[in-house]
Design a protein around this ligand. Structure first.
Ligand SMILES: Cc1ncc(COP(=O)(O)O)c(C=O)c1O
Length: 439
C-alpha cells in the first residue's frame, strides 16, 4: 500500500472532512495563494537582496547556519499563520492528505528533483547530525563488522558511528586520506581509501566537503573505485557542505546513504535536513524513532504484529509533531535554488572562493590549507597566519566587521566561506583584513 493513500487513516481522525471544508482548495493551494511569487533572481545583487543580514558586517560564516532568504521567510510565515489559525485542521490536513495534497510528500518531490532522485527515496529529518545518527543506528551492524571512516570527518559523523558501534559490538577505524589537504590528488585519495578497506569492513563513512580544511572529496571517483573492488561495502556520505554549493546530481554520485542538513548552503529553514537512499538500501535499515509517515507500521501496531513490508524512507522519518512550518517551507528554498540554477550557483561560489584564495596566496605569512583546485574545493577557505592563533585571527577579523569562524576540530584553522550572500568587493575587503592582521 502506498504510504500516501491511507495516511488519513494513520491517526484515524474523523474530523478530516472538516479540514477539507475549511480549506476547500486544499492547504497547499491556500498557502500558494498567500505567498508572493519567486522574485527575480537573475543577478547576484537581486539574490543578495533576499537576505535580511546585518549590513554592518561582511558575512563569511553563512555555511554555519542559514539566514532565511525572503522566499523562505514568506513560506514559513504563511504556514505559521495558517497553523496558528487552525492548528488541528492544518496539521491534520497537511500530514495525512492524499499524495497530491500531502505537504511532506510535496516537499520530498521538490527535494528529489534537485537531487536527481525519486520522492520516495527522500527522508525528511532535522539536521545532518540526526540524519547520520539514524543511518548508522539503523544499519544491521554486529560484532566483527567494521565501520571505516577518516580522521577528517565532523564530530557528528564520528559520534554517530561510535555510538552505533557501542550498541552493536561493531568496531570503528579512522584512516588518513591526506597529510595536507592543499597537496592532495584524486589518485592519492582513491589509493588511500582502497588501502584502508579490510575483510571486516562493512561500511565506509566519508564527508563530501570537509569543514576542517575545505577539502572537497571527489566522491564520484571514490565511490566508483570502492564499488568496483568492494561492491558489498556501503558508502555513507555527510554531504552538508556540498549540497547547495557544488554542481552535482547527488542521486548518481555513488553514495548509498547521503545525509545533509539543508539549513546551510541550501538556505532552507533552520532545523531541516534530509537523507537520500535507494529503496534497496532503505530496506537494510532498522528505524530508531517511530514514524508518522508509513501506514504499514501503523496498521501493524493496530493489529499487534510486525510490519510486513521492508523498511523505506518514510518509515525512517522521525515521527511526532514537529515545527512543521519549517519543514514544509523547505520547498521554497529548493525552488529558489532551481530558479538560480545549480551550475550557476556553483560557478559563483567557486569564483568567489578562487578570488579569495588567489588574493591570500600572495602573502607569504599566510598558509592556505584548502586545495587551490576547484575540483577539490567548494565554498570554504581554511588558512593560517604565521605566529597567530586561530581564535585571535577570528577575533581580529570580527573587530574589522568580517565574520569568520574557526573549524571545530583538534587542529583548528580560521575559515572564510564566500557564498551567495557575498560580493567580489566583500571578498577583497575580507582578504585586506587578513593581510592587515598578518602585518
Ligand atoms: C561536516 C559537517 N557535518 C555535520 C555538521 C552538523 O550539521 P547539522 O547542524 O546539520 O547537524 C557540520 C556542522 O557545520 C559539519 O561541518
Amino acid at each position: 500500500m502506498s504510504p500516501s493513500v491511507s495516511r488519513r487513516q494513520f491517526l484515524a481522525l474523523p474530523a478530516a472532512a472538516g479540514a477539507v471544508a475549511l480549506l476547500p482548495a486544499g492547504l497547499l493551494a491556500a498557502i500558494a495563494a498567500e505567498t508572493p511569487a519567486l522574485p527575480d533572481l537573475s543577478d547576484w545583487g537581486k539574490v543578495r537582496a533576499q537576505f535580511a543580514l546585518d549590513p554592518g558586517y561582511a558575512h563569511f560564516a553563512s555555511f554555519f547556519i542559514a539566514s532565511h532568504p525572503a522566499p523562505v521567510r514568506d513560506a514559513i510565515e504563511a504556514y505559521r499563520r495558517s497553523i496558528d489559525q487552525n492548528p488541528f485542521l492544518v496539521i491534520e490536513q497537511g500530514l495525512f492528505e492524499d499524495a497530491a495534497h500531502n505537504v511532506p510528500m510535496q516537499v520530498q518531490k521538490e527535494l528529489a528533483a534537485y537531487l536527481g532522485g525519486e520522492p520516495e527515496q527522500v527522508c525528511l529529518t532535522r539536521s545532518t547530525t540526526e540524519s547520520l545518527a539514524l543511518v548508522y543506528h539503523g544499519l544491521p551492524l554486529k560484532g566483527g563488522d567494521e565501520v571505516l571512516t577518516t580522521v577528517h570527518d565532523h564530530y557528528s559523523h564520528h559520534e554517530s558511528i561510535r555510538l552505533a558501534c557501542h550498541r552493536t559490538g561493531a568496531t570503528m577505524r579512522k584512516i588518513t586520506l591526506f597529510e595536507e589537504a592543499s597537496k592532495a590528488t584524486t589518485d592519492q585519495l582513491v589509493e588511500r581509501l582502497l588501502q584502508g578497506i579490510k575483510p571486516g569492513t562493512r561500511v565506509v563513512g566519508l564527508t563530501w566537503v570537509h569543514s576542517a580544511t575545505g577539502m572537497r572529496l571527489p566522491i564520484r571517483q571514490l565511490a566508483a573505485a570502492l564499488k568496483a573492488r568492494h561492491p558489498e561495502v556501503l558508502l555513507v556520505v555527510d554531504g552538508v557542505h556540498g549540497i547547495g554549493a557544488a554542481d552535482e546530481t547527488v542521486a548518481t554520485m555513488g553514495a548509498d546513504f547521503f545525509c545533509a542538513g539543508c539549513h546551510k548552503w541550501m538556505f532552507a529553514p533552520r532545523g531541516t535536513a534530509l537523507i537520500w537512499a535507494k529503496s534497496e538500501n532503505w530496506a537494510r535499515l532498522r528505524p530508531t524513532v517511530p514514524t508518522f509517515s508509513d501506514i504499514e507500521v501503523y496498521n501493524a501496531w493496530m493489529e499487534d504484529r510486525e510490519p510486513a513490508t521492508p523498511s523505506n524512507a518514510a518509515r525512517m522519518a522521525p515521527g511526532g509533531f514537529h515545527a512543521f512550518e519549517h519543514q514544509w517551507a523547505m520547498s521554497a528554498a529548493f525552488r529558489m535554488h532551481a530558479a538560480m540554477g545549480r551550475p550557476r550557483v556553483a560557478a559563483r561560489i567557486a569564483s568567489l572562493n578562487d578570488q579569495l584564495k588567489k588574493n591570500l596566496a600572495q602573502n607569504r605569512k599566510i598558509t592556505i590549507h584548502t586545495p587551490m583546485s576547484g575540483d577539490l574545493s567548494a565554498g570554504l577557505v581554511a588558512f593560517e597566519i604565521d605566529g597567530l592563533k586561530t581564535e585571535d585571527v577570528v577575533k581580529r577579523l570580527l573587530e574589522r566587521k568580517v565574520i569568520a569562524s574557526s573549524s571545530p576540530y583538534a587542529v583548528s584553522y580560521p575559515r572564510l566561506a564566500p557564498s551567495l550572500v557575498n560580493t567580489p568587493e566583500e571578498v577583497d575587503r575580507a582578504a585586506r583584513a587578513v593581510h592587515e592582521i598578518a602585518g
